[in-house]
Write a protein of this length. Sequence first.
Length: 114
Amino acid sequence: QVQLVESGGGLVQPGGSLTLSCAASGFTFSMYAMNWYRQAPGKEREEVAFITTTGDHTIYTGSVKGRFTIARDNAKNTVYLQMSRLKPEDTAMYYCHASGSHYWGQGTQVTVSS
């Protein structure tokens, strides 16, 4: 069956870094553009980053531009989100999503706090 499994979340101090991973299975990963979304308590889910099927084009929401990098490895069926200079407002549950599909992961929690 289709699975998207996120990992790499945790507690980090402001200014720190984390790298999230999302391992895909059960579908042809290389045929889907991929997204990272996040949802903070009491807020709507927002798209954070997007990457095309080949990884040659990426898009970021303004608040993370220059701090986050999305990447993918189609040989490993994995998409990554490298996060640096983290801020308390980055605290959220982070989800990966196969663009245009109903495939979502269960999420990984990122908490930025001193």
